[in-house]
Ligand binder design. Sequence first.
Ligand SMILES: Nc1ncnc2c1ncn2[C@@H]1O[C@H](COP(=O)(O)OP(=O)(O)O)[C@@H](O)[C@H]1O
Ligand SMILES: [Mg+2]
Length: 323
Amino acid sequence: MNEPVLDIRNVSKRYGDFTALDDVSLQIGAGEIFALLGPNGAGKTTLIGSVCGLVRKTSGTIRIFGIDLDRDPISPRFRVGLVPQEINFDPFFTAWEQLEIQQGFFGRPRDEARIRELLEALNLQEKAHVPSRALSGGMKRRLLIAKALVHRPQLVFLDEPTAGVDVELRRDLWAYVRKLRAEGTTIVLTTHYLEEAEELADRVGIIDRGRLLLVEEKTTLMHRLGERRLVVKFSEPVTQLPELAVSAGAMLADDRRSLAYAEKPGRARSGDVLRSLYAAQLPVTDVESRAARLEDILLQVLKQSERHAAAPPATEVIAAPRP
Ligand SMILES: Nc1ncnc2c1ncn2[C@@H]1O[C@H](COP(=O)(O)OP(=O)(O)O)[C@@H](O)[C@H]1O
Ligand SMILES: [Mg+2]
C-alpha cells in the first residue's frame, strides 16, 4: 500500500460502560474501495463518525492524508466527503441551493459546472429547483450523495448508501462509485447488502460489537473460505456424520438438520461428501451447491466471534454459583 490515505490506530469509543469501538486499527490506501460489513449496532457508523468529526473517539489516533486529527481536526476534513446514513439536509432548500451552500461550507469557490455535473450524474437535473422535501426517498439519497461530493473530496465515506433504495438506483450508484474510483477517489462504504461489497470492494473488513474481526482482499477472502459451497438438508436431526464428511470439515448446523461444506483445494470434493451421506443412508431431503459468496464468509466469521464471546473464561465457570 502507498502512504495510506486513512490511518486508524487503536481507536476505541466508549459511551459510559458501553464499548462501541474496541481498539480498531485500519489502513486504507489511495484509490481503493473498502467495504465495512457488520450487523446492526456493530460500530460502522461510529467508526466513520470518528473519522468525520461527528463522534469524539475515546482513545487512539486517526490520520487522514498523513495529518493527525488530534493536531489538526479541520483542514484534512475539507478533502473528505460523507454520505450519512440519515438524511441531514434542510427540506426547504432546493437541490441546487443545497449544493451551492455545501460548496461555500467547504470554502470552495462557486462551481456551477460541478453542481450541474453531479445533478446530471445522479439524475436529479429535473428536480434541481424544487424544494428537496418534495423529492422521493431515492432522490433524497441521490442528493445526499451529490452533497457529499460537491467539493471534490479525495476520500469519500458512504454509510449504507443504498439502504432502502430500489434496485435500479442501486445499480446507478454502483456505476457512479466505480467512476469515482477511476478518477482516483478513495471510497469507504458500509453496507448491509453483501452483494454490494461483492460487486464493488477491493478489500473487505468485518466488524462486530466494536471489534474489527477481519480485513482482507475480497478475492483472497472468497478463495480462502471455499470455492464451492454445499448445503444439505435432512428430514430429521442427524446424530452422526460419515467419517469422510467429518474429516473433510463438513459442519452440522446447531439443529443438526442441515450440513454445510466448503470445498477448498486439497480437500474432499463436494460430490464425494454428498455420496458419503447417501452411503450412510442419512435422510437427505434437499441439496444445494453453489459458488461461495461473501454472505457465507460473513456468517462464518460472525458465528466464530459469537462463540468466542459466549465462552466465558474458565475461572468464571468454576466460580459461578448455581442458580
Ligand atoms: N450517542 C450514543 N450513545 C450511546 N450509545 C451509542 C451512541 N451512538 C451509538 N451508540 C451505540 O453504539 C453501537 C454502535 O452503533 P453504530 O455505530 O451506529 O452501529 P452500526 O452503524 O454498525 O449499525 C450501538 O450499540 C449503538 O447503540
Ligand atoms: Mg450505521
